[in-house]
Design a protein around this ligand. Structure first.
Ligand SMILES: [Zn+2]
Length: 64
């Protein structure tokens, strides 16, 4: 068995994060909806924070 064959043969270890991600990538087809929703929630929270900061900034500038 050559080195190439050993690399092609997939060996999954138990409790190995890299192997879990690798297996999920092989199984999954289409859009990763769960991951996208998670990222979208984070984006919304950060966006709200920035909007509130800008609101306070503009309000203070007007009051000066
Ligand atoms: Zn592994």
């Amino acid at each position: 068995m050559s080195i190439n064959d050993e690399l092609l043969e997939q060996v999954y270890h138990e409790n190995c994060p890299g192997c879990k991600v690798d297996r999920r990538k092989r199984i999954q087809t289409g859009l990763p909806i769960k991951e996208l929703i998670c990222i979208w929630v984070v984006v919304l929270c950060v966006g709200e924070y920035i909007a509130y900061y800008l609101y306070l900034y503009v309000k203070n500038r007007i009051n000066e």
